[in-house]
Design a protein around this ligand. Sequence first.
Ligand code: CTP
Length: 398
Amino acid sequence: MLLKGKTILLGVSGGIAAYKSACLASRLVKSGAEVHVLMTEHARNFINPVTFETLTGNKCITDTFDRNFEFNVEHVALAKKADSVIIAPATANVIARLAHGLADDMLTTTVLACQCPKIIAPAMNTRMYENPVTQENLKLLEKFGMEVISPASGRLACGDTGSGKMPEPDILLQYVLKSCALPKDMAGLKVLVTAGPTQEAIDPVRFITNHSSGRMGYSIARMCMLRGADVTLVSGQTALDPPLFVNTIPVISAMDMFHAVTSNSQDKDIIIKAAAVADYRPAHVSDEKVKKADSEMSLALERTDDILKYLGEHKVPGQFLCGFSMETEHMIENSRKKLINKHLDMIVANNLKEEGAGFAGNTNVVTFITPDTQTELGVMDKEDVAMCLLDEILKRIR
Ligand code: CTP
């Protein structure tokens, strides 16, 4: 419900991609937003306003001179209320009109009156999109501070293949979330987050790993991004999609993670290490598949580098270093030891055996530990844990 209390204007112009806008309207509503849809006259040929009215519970607006309105001067009233406006699909025609301030229907009039973030999702035939006229108009929109989303490539409704497809509603939703979901209280901060498990090869077929899903680290990276930070995510192999607007560096082993983290750590204001890094790797990695024998077998293991300890020992002045600690017993004592040994500013302790905590689920139960404080949180969604953690860190660095 990241858009709870937000008003989003969805402008729909006349292209075949308008059918996907119904799904976007639904996603926005499910994210908690109050959604008002403004359609061009042409858009009504592609999708019925009733669809949007049913999904949003609000009257779908097309006609500037419709008298049957809740507000006296509807376009200005809506523009004032809006937290973000997205035009999806934006046809070449609507892009041209917006670029030149032609306010000749409800959509263009309202957008001209909006001072909130504006997002444009162009969708049209490839040749129209690539035409220098359209490209110049898009540059103008960017110059005026609007966010223009690059269209996807693929087979278009006209049969041509190329660039011009409207991105999927989930991607458009991420743009809206970025524009207005959270106050940008981390703007200007550079954050490095690690997430997921590492994999330590035994041979070309097998590896040693752990159950980390990466969800906690990905939630932290996403919340930092939504709060305006510049985010780098170093991630082990997970089943999760890399978060949009985050620089994700995929790694496999603890050694890869060590190199990715240490070569990206110097300029960071905050480093949060949520990854579950292997402490040991096979001392010898076989080039060929290890064949079974009738006898028992044992595997010699050697220590990996402790990345967090290294960061603590080579700390950049002013940098905030936060680790995670997963325990199954003596959680507080063991985590405090890690806080001190690794020279951390904070450690987030969780007990795998506690109900609602751990790798797999969407929730976690954590205690924030600093050298002089200890704050216990109840069972929480991982995104809420991420929010609380960032609040705690911001309190300490400001
Ligand atoms: N960590 C790390 N490099 C390692 C091992 C751990 O950077 N080789 C980091 C983890 O990302 C986490 C913190 O250290 O932020 C604590 O990890 P955890 O596995 O809980 O503890 P360990 O220090 O590995 O100690 P132990 O496994 O004995 O509990």
